[in-house]
Write a protein that binds this ligand. Structure first.
Ligand SMILES: [Zn+2]
Length: 314
């Protein structure tokens, strides 16, 4: 997906022969006229179509795709094929096919709704590792969707290396929705005392007691493994969210010694509060409090040098 709106502006400028500043001015004017009811990206697309630029027949790179785009053409390699699912919702039934499509710039979940397209998958005519050309697809919810008007066929184009790592979108805390896997960049504003518990070494399930030797319902008396849970409050300026970290993630923030010794913990906490980092994970609903929580799957340092480098490239 298009990481930034500036890539789109650049593209419109290139195709129209106008300057980037000129395009940006037109976009702002368009937004102002519509009282800010459309996003910058949406306004950019309106401006593009007014200038007679259509991305219709132009091949797009996956990194250039943007929500709301229609009739896009992309070539990519299928790097992960999911089983065809059947659905039955509100009296409507049908099948959904999906896979992850990748090119040199990125990857995107691609969803097929048309029975003829799905049949190609069911018959093995389109399979994992195939390079395909998709035309007339539309982009919504950060996914590429193919309807009956779209087309998918095998392509002879050779894609040397494609981006296979899961690309996590960066989002603002205010915009987080349940179930999303995202990256947020936020400051740690609170860090609570860790909680410890023991799990069965065989099945990993939580055991009662809290002592070293516990009882697993399935495996009986076992020497449990000690695990920790650490809660943080993250703030990115738009909103705050409670973040939950388990053992492997905690180690990226604080050593085992600091975690288990309350004096060291308090000292470390002073050091950590106010620190800005990248947090990758999933947004989940806390059923008890009925609010969203962030389950951290990875933590990364904010590498200012790298950020500047990326900005300069744009
Ligand atoms: Zn067990």
């Amino acid at each position: 997906m298009l990481k930034n709106y500036s890539q789109l502006v650049e593209r419109i400028a290139r195709s129209s022969g106008l300057s980037i500043e000129d395009i940006e001015r037109r976009i702002e004017a368009k937004r102002a006229k519509l009282s800010g009811l459309i996003s910058k990206e949406g306004a950019a697309q309106v401006v593009a179509s007014e200038l007679g630029i259509s991305f219709d027949k132009e091949k797009m790179k996956i990194a250039e795709l943007l929500n709301g785009m229609k009739r896009v053409t992309v070539v990519g390699r299928i790097i992960e094929m999911f089983p065809v699912r059947e659905y039955n919702k509100n009296g409507r039934q049908g099948k959904i096919g999906s896979f992850i499509l990748a090119d040199e710039t990125g990857n995107i979940r691609t969803v097929l709704w048309d029975t003829n397209h799905i049949m190609l998958i069911e018959q093995g005519k389109i399979k994992n590792n195939d390079t395909v050309e998709i035309t007339n697809a539309s982009v919504r919810n950060e996914e590429l969707h193919l309807t009956g008007f779209s087309d998918i066929k095998l392509s002879n184009e050779v894609l040397e290396t494609v981006k296979t790592e899961k690309i996590l979108r960066e989002k603002k805390i205010l915009d987080l929705r349940q179930g999303e896997n995202v990256q947020i960049r936020a400051v740690i504003v609170q860090m609570f005392e860790p909680r410890f518990f023991t799990v069965c070494p065989a099945c990993g399930k939580k055991m009662g007691g809290g002592g070293e030797i516990g009882e697993c319902q399935e495996h009986g008396k076992v020497v449990g493994e000690k695990r920790a849970l650490l809660s943080l409050v993250l703030d990115d300026g738009t909103e705050t969210i409670r973040a939950v970290l388990f053992s492997e993630q905690i180690e990226k923030l604080i050593s085992k010694e600091e975690l288990e010794n309350s004096d060291l913990f308090i000292k470390k906490r002073e050091e950590i509060l106010g620190k800005e980092m990248f947090f990758l994970g999933q947004v989940r609903k806390n059923r008890i409090y009925d609010n969203l929580e962030f389950f951290v799957a990875d933590i990364k340092e904010v590498d200012i040098d790298k950020l500047i480098e990326e900005l300069e490239k744009e």
